[in-house]
Design a protein around this ligand. Structure first.
Ligand code: A3P
Length: 353
């Protein structure tokens, strides 16, 4: 039988092809192993972190065409066609003291601000007002921490207690424990704020009050002497309250939000908070997240952060106000004007009150 002679180059090509196919098989095998492992790991993590990091919320944002924010993508990994989102390598979500405090002002839109801010996947917020620095300071920092949601590295924790703006001793305490905290202050026309505050206290008294707004707002209605000690009036003296804070924090620690703008154009107002270096978060919330609810008379969320359903603030927000006659309105506006101007100068921002 003639001996079949295979030339060396052909032999080389042949063995090269075999080795390449083998390598491909090993590679594919490894890939499927990694995928299987990744899937089960993702499932486990998804379960354990479902309360901490809402994968669906991120995916919703992604599907809605957002550029995936760096600040989020740095801390998550996606597996299997982005069906699962898990925390990054060090992955441990922890309760931490706040990075951001919404310190007030009461009745200026603080709840709306919090609800809108927390749509951002990098924002974790305590739902109820914690009142640590004014009422529960004696419970200690670990109690405070326990009231806040766990967060991943790169996320920011926000707490809102509007009483912080006016409560005595709070700026000192905050400066002591949170020297680098960023402070958000929402303000609105102090006269509307006073009426809103009064409407709130009316509702707490079952819709009736022994005294009318005018009786409480003026020491003497005839002379027009305003009762600046009455909470609804003093709450709008922003310059006084902020001065106490500025004794402990530089102006750069604050971002002042126009409460009226927050109603008219929430997306733009929010952009200025995520913005710049203040929160250091990417702007991913836009007009598409809001719709105007004609019944409520306010902007509402197209999808709430947790439920993914449309969400308007509750009935305690957007109450009808007591109507003032023109003369009383003017007296109150005149009363606030000098304080307002000082406030504009103090913060370097102009409002139209
Ligand atoms: P009124 O109830 O007087 O209208 P806070 O949350 O600080 O208590 O502020 C309540 C105020 O938030 C409301 O005052 C309302 O004007 C204002 N607000 C701003 N945006 C709102 C929104 N999207 N829905 C309801 N209220 C909003």
């Amino acid at each position: 039988m003639p001996h079949m002679c295979i030339p060396t180059p052909v032999k080389d090509i042949f063995s090269f092809t075999i080795s390449m196919s083998l390598l491909c098989c090993i590679y594919k095998l490894l890939l499927s192993l990694i995928n299987m492992f990744g899937l089960s790991m993702a499932q486990t993590c998804r379960k354990s972190y479902s309360n901490l990091f809402d994968a669906h919320r991120l995916l919703y944002l992604k599907k809605s065409g957002f550029a995936f924010p760096h600040d989020v993508s740095r801390h998550v990994m996606t597996f299997h066609k982005k069906r699962f989102v898990i925390p990054g390598h060090n992955g441990s979500a922890m309760r931490r003291l706040p990075d951001v405090l919404i310190i007030g002002a009461k009745k200026c839109g603080t709840r709306a601000l919090l609800e809108f801010l927390r749509v951002h996947p990098s924002v974790r917020a305590a739902g109820p007002e914690v009142h640590f620095f004014d009422r529960f300071y004696h419970r200690g920092l670990s109690w405070y921490r326990s009231q806040l949601p766990p967060r991943l590295e790169g996320q920011v924790t926000v707490e809102k207690t509007p009483a912080y703006l006016v409560a005595p001793g709070v700026p000192q305490r905050v400066a002591k424990h949170l020297p680098d905290v960023r402070l958000l202050l929402v303000v609105r026309d102090p006269v509307s704020r006073a009426l809103s505050d009064y409407a709130q206290s009316l509702s707490k008294h079952g819709g009736t009050h022994k005294k009318s707004f005018e009786d409480l707002a003026f020491v003497n209605v005839t002379t027009g002497l305003v009762n600046s000690d009455w909470g609804p009036i003093s709450g709008g003296l922003y310059v006084r309250h902020l001065q106490r804070w500025l004794d402990y924090f530089p102006r750069t620690s604050f971002h002042i939000i126009d409460g009226e703008q927050l109603v008219h154009d929430p997306a733009t107002e929010l952009a200025q908070i995520y913005f710049q270096e203040f929160l250091g978060l990417r702007r991913i919330i836009s007009d598409r997240h809001f719709y105007f609810n004609a019944t409520k008379g306010f902007p509402c969320l197209v999808k709430r952060e947790r439920t993914g359903r449309p969400h308007c603030l509750g009935s305690s927000k957007g109450r009808p106000h007591h109507e003032l006659n023109e003369a009383t309105l003017q007296t109150l506006k005149d009363f606030y004007r000098p304080f307002n101007f000082k406030f504009y100068r103090m913060v370097g921002q102009k409002f139209h009150w």
